[in-house]
Design a protein around this ligand. Structure first.
Ligand SMILES: O=C(O)CCC(=O)c1ccccc1C(=O)O
Ligand SMILES: [Mg+2]
Length: 380
């Protein structure tokens, strides 16, 4: 396959406003800045990635601001003007920077898009994805009351979503889940705690077992895989890890310890598409199902998520809801649409969507071009 060499990277920072606020155990969000990373190769092909963080370091330690700093001062200088034979190599080129996975992923995914376009392949095909359509679920933020939640779940079940994920936290858990279960006895239902509990809550968490949940996502600390293993031995509901898995190594250790029975793979959280694929393969080889998590992405991140989900072991519907569930107008064309819980995998080259340049201009609050490897820091 043809290698790529990036001659210029444009960082488009846009301000996005969700159609409705989204509440998790760590806070409520409606507006966020996103840095859309446009990597341009020597032949003028543009590839796109995005920073899938929020403005605050509450999900993990990164923010849009820190990601942009890492990109400008360290990550882009490391890859610009270098021959890249395959995007799978980019991950290792960036390991000289510790962590900062979301920042790494923003440039790494842009390079995947450039490379796929250069070789005239849909991204899904380039990574070996065989599915032409994917099943989608809906992640629902914490609501004012169980009744309100039941109403929302009703809407989404009717729309055809294949999995319903309900955010929970102490004080908004058992009664909420019970209300949903009563109203929808057979719905494919799961809960996401975003690290809101500790092992002191074991007896409380055991009560969730009666609701036949597909899984409980990240009940314990964001950096834990030990206590999760203890909890998994005590509860019947499968544990799915989100926040705790930042790398293939983390996944290997979690599987070895029995910390979870399912993994939510987020491209940003694990530092890019290459590492996401490696975690997918490890889980497949160990009989552990995976699904693709969401970070309230714009269409660019969503497009990468859809391509990733075309891999065979993504057997559980992901959080990749259609554009209209997040934005009045997305920045890609066409927008991501869903038909009864199914999204078509794009068949055009790269991510398969075009960036709407006019919309991009309207939303941009800062734009910076990087054309040299010059930086105040020594880059290994
Ligand atoms: O619809 C989506 O993009 C998923 C939303 C979601 O659940 C989420 C959004 C922001 C940060 C963390 C999470 C999560 O999966 O824990
Ligand atoms: Mg989660």
């Amino acid at each position: 396959m043809k290698p790529v060499k990036i001659k210029e990277v444009v960082l488009h920072t846009v301000k996005m406003r969700l159609i409705a606020p989204f509440t998790t155990s760590f806070g409520t969000f409606q507006e966020k800045h996103v840095c859309l990373v446009e990597a341009i190769d020597e032949s003028g092909i543009s590839g796109w990635g995005e920073t899938t963080t929020s403005d605050e370091p509450y999900y993990n330690e990164e923010t849009t601001h820190t990601a942009v700093y890492m990109l400008k001062d360290f990550l882009i200088p490391r890859i610009i003007h270098k021959t890249i034979n395959h995007p799978l190599d980019v991950h290792d080129m960036l390991t000289f920077v510790r962590r900062n996975q979301i920042a790494k992923s923003a440039i790494e995914t842009a390079i995947w898009d450039v490379f796929a376009k250069k070789n005239n392949l849909p991204l899904s095909e380039l990574i070996g994805g065989m599915k032409t359509e994917i099943e989608v679920g809906k992640s629902i933020g914490i609501q004012e009351s169980p009744e309100k939640l039941v109403e929302k779940v009703g809407e989404y079940v009717k729309e055809g979503f294949r999995k319903i994920k309900v955010k929970i936290a102490p004080g908004a858990d058992l009664d909420y889940i019970e209300a949903v279960r009563k109203a929808f006895p057979d719905a494919p239902l799961m809960a996401d705690a975003n690290s809101a509990y500790t092992l002191n809550d074991i007896e409380h968490l055991k009560k969730l077992d009666q609701y036949n949940l597909m899984m409980i996502e990240q009940p314990l600390a964001h950096d834990d895989i030990i206590d999760h293993a203890t909890l998994q031995r005590e509860i019947q509901t499968p544990i799915c890890l989100d926040e705790s898995i930042h790398s293939l190594e983390d996944a290997r250790k979690a599987l070895q310890l029995g910390s979870c029975r399912i993994i939510n793979i987020k491209i940003g959280r694990v530092g890019g598409l290459g590492e996401a694929i490696r975690i997918h393969d490890l889980c497949r080889d160990n009989g552990v199902p995976v699904w693709c998590g969401g970070m309230l992405e714009t269409g660019i991140g969503r497009a990468h998520n859809i391509a990733l989900t075309s891999l065979s072991n993504f057997t559980i519907p992901g959080d990749t809801a259609p554009s209209s569930h997040y934005w009045d107008e997305d920045i890609i064309e066409p927008e991501v649409t869903m038909d009864l819980g199914i999204i078509q995998v794009q068949s055009g080259p790269g991510i398969g969507f075009e960036v709407n340049r006019k919309k991009l201009e309207q939303l941009t609050i800062e734009k910076e071009r990087i054309t040299t490897a010059e930086t105040p820091h020594p880059i290994p």
